[in-house]
Write a protein that binds this ligand. Structure first.
Ligand code: AMP
Length: 333
């Protein structure tokens, strides 16, 4: 039986667009909190970023911005193995193998595929959108991962990983470790402030008033919170169905201040939306100011390259062992 320190935690973020408050609260902050308790890996999912075409220079910049922001958020490269997915070739190979273990129907059922493909019907749907979940399966299985902290939108992909790992182990013998998903009970799906029926997304335009980017100008971020869509109930109550906008703001405040939803409801029982929004804006702006100050310290390509190179070297050791084991199980070697 492994003790917790020998257990493995892994997560990744696509360097496409700028990181949002949703990425931070839903995934990165949970990882930062737990990084001392596990053998931890975090990667820049650059192969996932090309599921749909990107401008090469923009992608390159996003990769560095993303890793500098990881560090600014508190990921400690002395404790956590930080690397770029495309530097560890095993990701591509295991992803390819796992695609061949998957039924078309399984991928068609993925909610993210359904949602994203609906939006690009006109130009045709990129195959990358269809098969990226099996690349993610490979990402997770390569490191014998026990726990994957992600936002709610990625839960189904971790479940797919479990299904495929189980099927593979049954058919070819015990090869993969079964990963568990970790979804934070609070702030696991931060919604767009202007359209609280949709998730806040990294791919939203930079002028999207409903999306808080971690590098947003502080005054603009404040305005975005102050103009967040609410309702006419005039009660600060967590009710996702009837008050999605207010519930979203409660989640944001609860997660940042590490308080429970009930405590917030109690504290703001007789307080109006204006004051509540101001308090949320203060906390969000304080968070962004800290992150942006830290970011300046890490925005140094030489330092980032050094961290990525060291991380890839370490990641490759485990990744190549798992890939070899998989190929042996399949009869390829
Ligand atoms: P992505 O932005 O798709 O690369 O996702 C990176 C990580 O952030 C994944 O674990 C997502 O589940 C999480 N995430 C992305 N957007 C949100 C959001 N709006 N709320 C909570 N978590 C999110």
């Amino acid at each position: 039986m492994k003790n917790k320190l020998n257990k493995v935690m892994l997560t990744g973020v696509r360097p496409s667009g700028n990181l949002t408050l949703g990425n931070y609260l839903g995934a990165i902050s949970n990882f930062v909190e737990k990084q001392n308790q596990y053998k931890s890996y975090i990667f820049i999912a650059d192969l996932h970023a090309i599921t749909s075409p990107k401008e090469p220079e923009t992608l390159k910049k996003s990769i560095y911005d993303c890793i500098a922001m990881y560090l600014a958020c508190g990921i400690n490269p002395n404790k956590t193995i930080v690397f770029k997915q495309s530097d560890v070739l095993e990701h591509g190979e295991l992803g390819f193998i796992m695609t061949f273990q998957t039924k078309i129907g399984q991928l068609k059922r993925m909610t993210q595929f359904k949602l994203k493909s609906e939006k690009c019907q006109k130009d045709g749907v990129d195959t990358g959108l269809f098969v990226y979940p099996t690349l993610m399966v490979g990402d997770i299985l390569l490191y014998n991962t026990n726990i994957v902290p992600v936002g709610l939108d990625q839960q189904q992909h971790v479940e797919l990983t479990r299904d495929l790992a189980e099927k593979f182990n049954k058919r070819y013998g015990e090869t993969f470790v079964m990963p568990d998903v970790f979804i934070s009970p609070i702030a696991n799906k931060i919604l767009n402030l202007q359209n609280p029926l949709e998730k806040m997304n990294k791919s939203d335009n930079s002028d999207n008033k409903g999306t808080i980017f971690l590098m947003d100008n502080i005054d603009i971020a404040r305005k975005k919170i102050m103009s967040a869509q609410t309702d006419s109930y005039n009660t600060i109550r967590y009710d996702e169905e009837n008050q999605p906008g207010i519930s979203n703001l409660i989640s944001i405040l609860a997660k940042i201040t590490k308080t429970s939803i009930q405590e917030i409801e109690e504290k703001y029982k007789n307080i109006g939306y204006g004051q509540f929004k101001k308090d949320v804006a203060d906390k969000v702006c304080e968070l962004l100011t800290n992150l942006q100050n830290n970011y300046k310290k890490y925005n140094n390509p030489r330092l980032l390259n050094k961290i990525l190179k060291k991380g890839a070297k370490k990641a490759k050791i485990t990744a190549s062992l798992t890939l070899n084991k998989t190929k042996k199980a399949l009869g390829l070697i």
